[in-house]
Design a binder for this molecule. Structure first.
Ligand SMILES: Cc1cc2nc3c(=O)[nH]c(=O)nc-3n(C[C@H](O)[C@H](O)[C@H](O)COP(=O)(O)OP(=O)(O)OC[C@H]3O[C@@H](n4cnc5c(N)ncnc54)[C@H](O)[C@@H]3O)c2cc1C
Length: 803
């Protein structure tokens, strides 16, 4: 083994070899993969090899498409067959709700160029004669589904990488990783050491253990997974190979394996494997079968596919593979560790391995993953994703793998975990809570305890009239919202302005003022939207999206502040409440000696003031787009602040409101938000944020690219639509049609109660931006007329928030 390499990839499963191949393809030849056993000896060798393009996140779906298309390429380069069987597949719906879900998946697939098709039960039975029609109501057909040979794929990647210059060593275990001061690593193995500039953890079943070598606790857990292969089925003899089939009701998948069928389950009573530590002596191994555990799924399966029940069982496989809490991979550089990368938690290596390798290699070589991979970015989990949290969420996710996640559905595992001081007070007011990064936050408020739960549906739910009442209270009087779930940073030091001016696109505001700003990467794309509130010459308070806190911290580490400037995340230290609506000033004024008149405290002001006895930071700003204030206090004061506002609010008709009403009201103002409208695939001018990019500043990250976008106009435009929807509103990822063609996609949608319209925001190519008619948005298979809105439907000139 050589003792110097630019990159050491740890792990020769399907993911590690894909990373290795893609690094060579991107031009990095001095790369070395270290595998403790034989290639595939972790979870890869016993996989069923199934692959498909459909994924709830369109950006992950794109990478799955890429993976499947890649197999021909690596076969050609390596001369090694991947054992591709592109049979096509069907997903069977046993209920109307499932069919609605499939229609949604088909619609989402449209703008990705997927040729998905909703078919009748008869058509499904013609394509897949093994099914018993009476259990189903319809199906989705996908021509790009099939399976590969796990051994063939892994060796094809490995050979292609070797042809590209990479080296692989087997039977060598990495036992430790030691950082050097220059950011490089000493990779310690049981067969000598390697000094590497970069290390990639593609340790699969042992990714946690590799993480621990550098003090990292990755939120990953392996689950046992079983499939069986039947004896030969006479009906298959002489027939074309059967389609892949997913039966959601039975929670099973099935495909042909030689003369029989393979049938796998994601059973409800899933069992974690090695929840704390993965044994190092587990290699090319399987686990004891436990057919009893999957018996309920098998029973349904044999009823739905009688020929499988009649055939004997030839073989049962029980093997472990890893999941992150949300079932998506963990990819990217890790905050706090220089040149340390992860590519793990990949539960569908044969659908996703190629995309993961591509994204990671680009990130390493070009400094950017080249695609929107937020859904699999390792930074989406913070310290709150502990081992026990991960255990609860992974088990939940596994058991729900084939269940519908309704757009208004909140999952119950690992809750409540994080609560703010006023949690019990909100609970007493019949709050219906949602989970955001493990933190409870109120979605809406029911009139009574008995009504404080939400019916899950694709349509408007029982929450609809209550959310309407909350919006009305804000628009006509005053509402109170908890805003603790916003992200916050405090930037202090004499050179704070200089650093912020470099990382943010807008000008840093004067003391006492607030400025909104995009944060751009070097390519001029949106990687954040922040509120900068300046308390003093040397102290700026940043408000942003909490889920992206680690993502931002990683960026701030890469673009480190100069000596003397501190950038401190303080989201959970500052809890917050917001009052909004025309009576919010009167309410807040009744509790403070500070002058809140518009002359003394105009829109976008920010100041330290006492509210009653509570020391607070108050900003005159509200995401509702109404007159409003955000009040930040350290958490020990939050209860007192709440009691003050609630007590004084009675006189003003104060009503609590939650996240649902806030979402509706920000759409009434056409306000975008991070991870929906603002993502690293859009530029600021495309997103309508051009007015917050200050090109008069001579220098900031992304300036040159932003200037070019401004001059050339970019490619896309974010439009707001009024949608003629019936009883279901857009939620995001619906296709936007224009003149009979799919041209764009929705980023957010909701019913705008104050304007009595169903609303959506979405991107279209800029050549369509001037059209005033001809658009449709497809909601649950129905194309609804959508009219572009020239201005925000509520208070278009913004006079209310400035009042
Ligand atoms: C029963 C079953 C059926 C499945 N069916 C499918 C399917 O149909 N389709 C699909 O897409 N996926 C399927 N999977 C999942 C698939 O197997 C995984 O997504 C895939 O194997 C993940 O690959 P990996 O490279 O991340 O991990 P692994 O295969 O576990 O590879 C990690 C490698 O790293 C090596 N390693 C770890 N630590 C060290 C160290 N310190 N030093 C040196 N080497 C080290 C290990 O030896 C191992 O070879 C299935 C899994 C199972 C168990």
């Amino acid at each position: 083994m050589k003792n110097e390499a630019r990159v050491v990839v740890i792990g020769g499963g399907v993911v590690g070899v894909s990373v290795l191949y893609h690094l060579t393809k991107a031009g990095w030849k001095d790369v070395l993969l270290i595998e403790r056993g034989e290639l595939t000896c972790g979870s890869t060798w016993h996989a069923a090899g199934g692959m498909h393009t459909v994924n709830g996140d369109p950006n992950v779906a794109k990478l799955q498409q890429y993976t499947i298309n890649l197999y021909k390429e690596i076969e050609q380069i390596s001369g090694q067959s991947c054992g591709m069987h592109l049979t096509g597949g069907i997903m069977l719906a046993g209920t109307r709700e499932r069919l609605d879900w499939l229609k949604m998946a088909k619609a989402r697939g449209r703008y990705l160029g997927m040729e998905l098709e909703i078919i009748s039960v008869d058509e499904a039975a013609r394509l897949f004669p093994l099914m018993n029609k009476e259990h189903f109501v319809g199906a989705l057909y996908d021509p790009i589904e099939g399976h590969v040979d796990p051994y063939g794929v892994t060796h094809a990647y490995a050979k292609a990488a070797q042809i590209g210059g990479a080296q692989l060593v087997r039977h060598t275990r990495v036992t430790d990783l030691r950082p050097r001061a220059d950011g490089s690593w000493d990779v310690i193995t049981d067969h000598g050491n390697v000094h590497a500039e970069h290390v990639v953890n593609a340790g699969g079943l042992w990714a946690r253990e590799v993480g621990r070598m550098v003090g990292l606790e990755l939120p990953i857990l392996a689950m046992e997974h079983q499939y069986l292969i039947t004896e030969d089925i006479p009906a298959l003899r002489g027939q074309k190979e059967q389609l892949h089939c997913i039966d959601f009701e039975g929670e099973i998948y099935t495909r042909q394996e030689r003369g029989g069928m393979l049938l796998g389950t994601y059973e409800r009573a899933g069992v974690p494997w090695s929840p704390r530590e993965t044994p190092w002596d587990f290699s090319q191994s399987l686990l004891p079968n436990d057919l009893e555990r999957i018996a309920p799924s098998l029973e349904v399966g044999f009823e739905h596919f009688p020929a499988l029940g009649e055939a004997g069982i030839r073989k049962v496989v029980n093997g472990p593979f890893t999941f992150a809490p949300d079932g998506n991979p963990l990819v990217g550089p890790v905050r706090g560790l220089r040149n340390f990368w992860v590519a793990c938690g990949v539960m569908a290596g044969f659908s996703q391995g190629g995309g993961v390798g591509l994204a990671l290699s680009r990130w390493m070589v070009d400094g950017d993953p080249g695609a929107d991979i937020w859904g699999m970015d390792v930074a989406r989990y913070g310290d709150w994703a502990t081992l026990a949290y991960t255990n609860a969420k992974v088990r939940e996710n596994y058991s729900r793998r084939f269940r519908i996640r309704f757009p208004n559905e909140e999952l119950s595992a690992a809750r409540p975990l994080r609560t703010t001081p006023i949690y019990e007070r909100l609970e007493a007011e019949h709050a219906v809570f949602g989970d955001y990064c493990g933190l409870e936050h109120a979605l809406w408020f029911a009139p009574s305890a008995a009504e404080a739960s939400e019916r899950i549906t694709f349509h408007r739910s029982n929450a609809h009239p209550h959310v309407a009442a909350e919006c009305q209270a804000v628009r006509e009087g005053v509402g109170l919202l908890e805003i603790s779930n916003y992200g916050k940073f405090e930037v202090t030091g004499a050179r704070a302005e200089e650093w912020l001016s470099h990382v943010m696109a807008n000008r840093v505001p004067q003391v006492g003022r607030i400025a909104l700003t995009p944060m751009l990467n070097e390519r001029g794309k949106l990687i954040g939207d922040f509120t900068m509130a300046r308390l003093a010459a040397d102290r700026v308070f940043l408000v942003c999206t909490y889920a992206a806190e680690d993502y931002y911290r990683r960026w701030f580490e890469r673009h480190a502040p100069p000596p003397g400037v501190s950038v401190r995340p303080c989201a959970m230290q500052y809890t917050g409440l917001s009052v909004a609506g025309p009576r919010s000033r009167a309410l807040l004024q009744s509790l403070t000696h500070a002058d809140l008149s518009s002359a003394a405290f105009p829109f976008l002001s920010f100041r330290r003031m006492d509210v009653g006895m509570v020391p607070a930071l108050v900003g005159r700003i509200s995401f509702t787009g109404d007159l409003g204030y955000e009040i930040w206090v350290t958490s020990e004061y939050q209860r007192a602040l709440y009691d003050l506002l609630a007590g004084a609010g009675a006189e003003h008709g104060l009503k609590l409101f939650g996240g649902r009403a806030l979402n509706a009201m920000r759409l009434e103002k056409s306000f975008g938000t991070w991870a929906r409208e603002y993502r690293p695939i859009y530029g600021p001018y495309e997103a309508g944020l051009g007015r917050f990019v200050d090109l008069r500043k001579e220098e900031f990250i992304g300036r040159a690219a932003a200037l070019e976008e401004k001059e050339r106009g970019g490619k896309l435009r974010l439009l707001a639509f009024s949608v003629e929807a019936r009883d279901a509103d857009a939620i995001g990822d619906e296709p936007i049609w224009y003149d009979g063609q799919v041209v764009g996609w929705v980023t957010s949608g909701a019913y705008g109660h104050s304007v009595r319209q169903s609303l959506a925001l979405g991107y279209v190519p800029k050549q369509y931006a001037a059209a005033t008619s001809g658009f449709e948005i497809e909601i649950l298979g129905v194309r609804c007329r959508a009219t572009p809105l020239a201005a925000a439907p509520f208070d278009p000139d913004g006079s209310r928030m400035r009042a």
